[in-house]
Design a protein around this ligand. Structure first.
Ligand code: MN
Length: 134
């Protein structure tokens, strides 16, 4: 087994090509083969969010703290609260992030396909982000 003590792997800031605003990324697991698990914790500042993207084998998002949003192409963004779990199926285009009034802390669990866990697209515009959820 392998134990990774807390803070033994430094936090990184999300690539501005794929995120709007500051997102702190803490690795949980990039498991060796045959596992393809890729899990990270991400903490978003107010208003920060991913770009549009999809995951070849899907994604589980678990909300740890704060209030978040998740948006898809075919519906207004939905609110995410601590303890919520979201399953995003393979290939579904979406984004996730904090609200304007709260940070967001979530755990992301994915699997790689041919080495990749995410396919990135364009940034989420302010208009797409600021649609008021029901
Ligand atoms: Mn995602």
């Amino acid at each position: 087994m392998e134990l990774f003590p807390n803070a033994s792997r430094p936090s990184k800031v999300g690539d501005p090509n794929w995120f709007t605003g500051k997102v702190w990324q803490d690795p949980i697991l990039a498991a060796p083969a045959p596992s393809r698990n890729r899990s990270i914790r991400e903490r978003y500042e107010l208003g920060a969010r991913t770009a549009w993207h999809s995951h070849p084998l899907g994604q589980t998002v678990y909300i740890v703290a704060g209030i978040g949003l998740i948006g898809t192409r075919d519906a207004p963004p939905q609110i995410l609260r601590p303890g919520d779990t979201v399953w995003i199926p393979p290939g579904q285009e979406h984004w996730h992030g904090a609200t304007l009034g709260s940070t967001l802390d979530h755990i992301s669990i994915r699997e790689t396909e041919t080495g990749f866990a995410t396919t990135w697209m364009g940034h989420v515009s302010d208009e797409e982000y600021q649609i008021t959820p029901d």
